[in-house]
Write a protein that binds this ligand. Structure first.
Ligand code: NVA
Length: 383
């Protein structure tokens, strides 16, 4: 990057402010693949790894070559954003080979710091560290502490919050959950019945379960957010309307951003295999929002050693209501967004997928212009 541009960026005033997924992006955190580990099995991770996954039975540090390739694409993405005048910060990796021990549990390694979206949610002028729901991710917030400490010093209006750290004892997970799962059909029956691996022992949520739309925030109820976590968010954000949604077509309901993706006011993508329930769609319909099915992914399989599905195709990062970053090989997704009137920026990112997801996962907003708007003046009782 030109020295001139860098110094201009570092002089940009720090403002923490982001109310939705589409207002003009000015400052963002982009993750890193450094030292990323495949964590050993634990109750919440085990049910996420598909039966036929190449990750079954593997754990330990990921191969250096794949870390280098992932980092090259993350660095390139950061550079694309910088060139568009967006300030980019990066997390500080820990030694992820270290075990995580607490009075309540032990696990043999951590995970990594590629997907900041999972850990930190920005809601208005607040950045909140999520509880998280995997034991291996208990300390991941520490990777973002140098940044959050800095934002707190530099922006006198920033609110820095941390949700209660969970205990994650065996009581937080259903003991026999996996033994009931034999096939994808079995999984789908369980998720349709809102029977997920986590119990209601304590509030749990990953930050990537939130989809922010001004005064209204949708939170996916699934493997990594329970009802107690959603209740905690409701009480924590009394001025917002928090809506719990579940998507019966998803056998691995983890993180909302391959399922239900706001694009701009009045428009959002829904994964055609994980259709929103009619009683949940109503809020959008009565307020004139269009829910459209995302285009099919361009790939039949995710890259090797990847947790996520091919639907990372719809894990896009909106830069402003007319501009969107899409993974460069996702030709159908790019075409669909182009037809919807967006300028599409292709970003090669499949080498970064195994480290925790796509372009939305790999980022967390710090500053988007704009303020808190009410996009849903008509509400649906009980939702
Ligand atoms: N559960 C999602 C990953 C979200 C980033 C999927 O694999 O489709």
């Amino acid at each position: 990057m030109a020295a001139e541009q860098k110094s201009e960026e570092s002089h940009q005033k720090t403002i923490v402010n982001s109310w939705n997924e589409w207002d003009p992006l000015k400052h963002v955190i982009v993750g890193r693949a450094d030292d990323c580990h495949i964590p050993p099995l634990e109750p919440a991770v085990e049910c996420k790894v598909p039966n036929d996954s190449d990750m079954k039975g593997k754990w330990g540090r990921r191969p250096q070559e794949s870390i280098d390739n992932g980092n090259a694409q993350l660095d390139n993405f950061a550079e694309i954003l910088r060139k568009r005048g967006i300030r980019v910060d990066r997390p500080t990796p820990l030694d992820f080979s270290r075990p995580v021990n607490s009075p309540d549990f032990d696990t043999q390694s951590m995970f990594g710091c590629m997907p900041p979206r999972d850990v930190i949610a920005t809601v208005g002028n607040e950045m909140i560290e999520a509880t998280m729901s995997y034991r291996c991710r208990w300390f991941e917030y520490l990777c973002y502490r140098p940044l959050l400490e800095r934002y707190f010093k530099e922006d006198p209006n920033m609110r820095w919050e941390a949700a209660p750290k969970p205990r994650l004892t065996d009581r937080s997970y259903k003991k026999d959950y996996l033994s009931r799962i034999m096939t994808i059909e079995d999984r789908l029956k369980l998720t349709a019945a809102k029977d997920f691996v986590t119990t209601e022992e304590e509030p749990l949520f990953d930050a990537a379960e939130l989809a922010r739309m001004g005064k209204d925030i949708v939170v996916q109820h699934g493997f990594t957010a329970n009802l107690a976590g959603i209740d905690w968010l409701r009480r924590h954000f009394p001025d917002f309307r928090i809506h719990a949604m579940n998507f019966p077509g998803d056998p691995y309901p983890i993180h909302i951003d391959c399922t239900f993706v706001p694009l701009r006011p009045g428009l959002l993508f829904n994964n055609p295999n994980r259709k929103a329930l009619p009683e949940h769609k109503k809020l959008f319909e009565i307020n004139g929002w269009e829910i459209i099915e995302a285009a099919q992914p361009a790939h039949e399989n995710p890259p090797p050693l990847c947790y996520s599905s091919v639907w990372l195709s719809m894990n896009v990062l909106v830069l402003d209501p007319k501009t969107v970053c899409v993974e460069a090989s996702e030709v159908y997704q790019m075409e669909q967004l182009d037809k919807l009137g967006f300028e599409v920026i292709p970003v090669p990112f499949r080498d970064a997928y195994p480290f925790g997801g796509g372009l939305h996962c790999a980022t967390t907003d710090v500053y988007r212009e704009g303020s808190c708007e009410d996009y849903f003046p008509k509400q649906v009782e009980g939702f």
